[in-house]
Design a protein around this ligand. Structure first.
Ligand code: NAI
Ligand code: 15L
Length: 268
């Protein structure tokens, strides 16, 4: 894998599921990895700096981005929730991140967006990243906000962002839906490394999936940033279909790409 050309990388959401996957892997690719979360991260490992910060704390986020060359932004609410925590973490928090990037001169962000930005497309449709957003939750709306804010900060301030509409990043697919949406941990690493190290990305939106044969997403942006997935959900299909009954195809959970998210809410 090509080395990242940024000396100091910031990884937010480092205490979360994907943060814990990426923390040891990104270290290999940069001189200093600054890891951050709102919860305790334990002591810094060699080559690390640890900063505890809440994304909604503007001053703390400004300090967090000081001397950073690029950001991998995973922090925030990662599922459907009431509006107020989503507002703080995913809307105020993302604004604080981009304002801090602008003020601190950070030129590249890899933004964890989500497939739930387009979760109300049907599973029998194949879309690309240019399709109008159809969020399936307030969470999905907040991710669409992040993508749009990233575009503003690119057009107005030249900050480059790869918005990753991550599918289902798991050790292996867990049901029929995730046979289509699965992103392996190794491919997550490949995708993030490509997003950080591609020479020019502008503002782009890429679905974060492995090389699954049945997919809902036409994803040309992935190749253009140099992402080459190596894994496929296909080897799990037979066993998974054998142990899981055929779903009710009229159920919205089976109809829409967002799966169970399309039924979540209400919102307080
Ligand atoms: P996670 O929920 O396990 O981790 C998120 C981390 O963000 C947590 O450690 C949490 O403490 C931190 N956080 C939450 N609110 C914060 C705040 N206000 N200030 C500072 N830190 C805060 O989520 P996971 O699974 O690791 O996902 C990482 C990112 O990728 C999230 O942005 C999520 O929306 C996105 N994503 C993940 C997918 C997956 O398959 N795991 C699929 C699609 C998107
Ligand atoms: C997401 O956006 C969530 O963060 C993750 O927990 C999964 O539910 C994933 O989407 C998915 O769609 O499987």
């Amino acid at each position: 894998m090509a080395p990242i050309r940024f000396p100091r990388l910031l990884l937010t959401g480092a205490a979360g599921g994907l943060g814990r996957v990426l923390r040891p892997r990104l270290k290999v690719h940069c001189r200093t990895l600054r890891v951050s979360d709102r919860v305790d991260l334990g002591p810094a490992e060699p080559g690390e700096e640890v900063v505890v910060a809440a994304l909604e704390d503007r001053a703390a986020v400004l300090a967090l981005l000081k001397d950073v060359d690029a950001v991998v932004h995973l922090g925030g609410i990662s599922v459907e929730a009431a509006f107020d925590p989503i507002l703080q973490a995913n809307i105020v928090g993302v604004f604080n991140l981009y304002e801090a990037a602008r003020k601190q001169g950070v030129r590249r962000v890899v933004l964890a967006s989500s497939n739930h930005v387009t979760g109300f497309y049907r599973q029998d449709e194949r879309i690309d990243a240019q399709a109008p957003v159809r969020p399936d939750t307030l969470y999905g709306v907040s991710k669409a906000f992040g993508e749009n804010l990233a575009r503003l900060f690119h057009d107005r301030h030249g900050i480059e962002t790869v918005c990753l509409r991550i599918g289902s990043c798991l050790p292996e697919p867990i049901d029929r839906r995730t046979l289509a949406s699965w992103l392996s941990h190794d491919d997550l690493e490949r995708l993030v490394v490509a997003s950080v190290s591609a020479p020019r990305v502008g503002h782009c939106v890429v679905y974060g999936v492995s090389d699954n044969p049945l997919t809902w997403w036409h994803n040309p942006g992935a190749a253009s940033i140099g992402y080459r997935p190596q894994d496929s959900s296909e080897r799990f299909r037979a066993a998974l279909e054998a142990r899981q009954p055929q779903p009710d195809l009229e159920d919205p959970v089976s109809v829409y790409q967002g799966g169970a998210f399309v039924r979540l809410g209400p919102y307080d």
